[in-house]
Design a protein around this ligand. Structure first.
Ligand code: PMT
Length: 431
């Protein structure tokens, strides 16, 4: 197969090489990735450059090599940040014990650790070291931490080591590491042919022309979900409330900053969509009447009468089966996550609900990371650690795609929705 048609065609991979004798195998890894179609950039630590020169990698990739955290690229931009942003995946191979420790505590003192730290792409780490170093409890703790962060570890192999001893610690074969990278992208395309609608951000319910009742939702969670669906081949519409992040390119955007506007947008987009994910924080109440003029302070108390907003997702759940999308809600809870999330799942007639915690020592709102539990009608379905929101989004799509296909069958035919219950009417539904 020609590289242009290889499984990694169109992918940009950054290979970070650190100071181990196994650095020579990184040359083969770069070749394997290029043979499979990837565009490969290489970053080296200073000690890696003592084993293999930047010239070797530059000659192989025909691209500049970043060997210092202070390097600038051809456009005078900070090279490690540019690469971190452009990467579809970062592969640290070989990763020394020292680099594992740096990554586990978020140090960014070399070009390699700086790229891994700055990138929002998946990071694959292939350790190589002496057996004693690998089995050392500190190293094992660092490895566990990296796994919790969502890094993918390609375990070292047993064999003869540079010390002359035989044991565990040998860098995995370049082909094995390239296979792991390839698997990262296998799910790309698994949502092809599906129409997905995602809502993100908060709503703002006007009191007068300058004031509103709103919430702190940044839109990061919903945006990550829309972005991940786009990357997996879905046709995505993002219904954007008030957000502090930009919508991702490559998705249709409908702006809807009040609950009423969001209802209209959802009711227009949902029929015929395959999947609706409501990650938006929709205000449950709005001022009965917004003043047309800015309300003046006159010393008297101000009473603002609030009326309930429509429960948008619950309305979608009531749509006729042939046009109702597979429905995923979110539950933002400050206490009793499981009971409240499952209550909402049932009352609103959802297929799945994603519970997350707000307002405590960890607050899902505004954060770049989240810790979520997904619930179906049978209870909790996941036990995931705290992860960057983009990685949560990937895991969510793995689960949603599975559930969607078993609910609808491989041909997309509608089956009865799991967990659907008749609702007692909007007024009685739990929020
Ligand atoms: O945007 P970020 O800063 O990244 O933060 C993400 C988040 C914490 C806002 C997000 O992960 C989240 O939890 N979103 C849902 C927040 C929320 O409004 O939850 P809720 O429990 O009030 O609502 C339950 C579900 O009903 C949600 O899917 C909501 O979109 C939907 N809903 C709520 C009220 C309403 N009137 N109509 C609705 O459709």
């Amino acid at each position: 197969m020609s590289p242009e048609r290889g499984p990694l065609a169109g992918r940009r991979i950054v290979v970070g090489v650190t100071g181990s004798i196994a650095a020579y195998k990184a040359v083969l890894l770069v070749r394997r990735l290029m043979e499979r179609g990837a565009t490969v950039d290489v970053a080296l630590t200073r000690s890696a450059a003592a084993f293999v020169t930047p010239l070797t990698f530059a000659s192989l990739t025909h691209r500049p090599v970043v060997s210092d955290v202070l390097d600038l690229d051809a456009e005078q931009q900070i090279a490690h940040i540019e690469l971190a942003e452009a990467a579809d995946a970062v592969v640290v191979a070989p990763a020394t014990a020292n680099v594992l420790a740096e990554l586990a505590i978020g140090m960014a003192s070399s070009s390699v650790t700086a790229i891994a730290c700055a990138s929002r792409a998946p990071v694959v780490v292939a350790p190589a070291m002496d057996a004693g170093m690998w089995t050392n409890p500190a190293t094992q703790r660092n490895v566990a931490t990296l796994r919790e962060f969502g890094y993918l570890l390609v375990e070292p192999e047993v064999g003869s080591l540079a010390s002359g001893l035989t044991g565990i610690g040998r860098l995995a074969e370049p082909g094995t590491i390239a296979d792991t990278v390839e698997r990262l992208f296998e799910r790309a395309g698994d949502l092809e042919g599906l129409r997905v609608v995602v809502s993100a951000g908060g709503t703002r319910e006007p009191i007068d022309p300058v004031r509103f009742i709103g919430n702190r939702s940044s839109g990061k969670m919903g945006t990550a979900i829309a972005e991940a669906a786009r990357d997996r081949g879905a046709t995505v519409t993002l219904i954007a409330g008030a957000m502090s992040v930009n919508p991702p390119p490559g998705v249709s955007v409908v702006n809807a900053t009040t609950a009423q506007a969001m209802r209209q947008a959802v009711m227009r987009e949902a029929p015929g969509a395959d999947i609706l994910v409501m990650a938006a924080a929709v205000a449950d109440f709005a001022p009965k009447q917004a003043s047309g003029r800015k309300i003046k302070r006159d010393g008297a108390e101000l009473q603002v009468e609030l009326v309930p907003n429509p429960d948008i997702i619950a309305e979608v759940a009531e749509m006729p089966t042939d046009i109702r999308p597979f429905l995923i809600g979110f539950a933002a809870e400050s206490q009793d996550l499981e009971a409240n999330a499952i209550g909402k799942l049932r009352d609103k007639g959802l297929d799945l609900i994603v519970g997350n915690v707000v307002g405590g020592p960890f607050d899902a709102i505004g954060s770049d990371e989240n810790k979520v539990t997904v619930f179906g009608s049978e209870g909790a379905l996941t036990d995931w650690p705290m992860l960057p929101k983009r990685q949560i989004a990937e895991r969510l799509w793995d689960l949603i795609a599975d559930r969607y296909r078993s609910a609808r069958g491989p041909d997309g035919a509608q089956k009865e929705k799991a967990g659907r219950r008749p609702r007692a009417g909007s007024a009685g539904s739990r929020r």
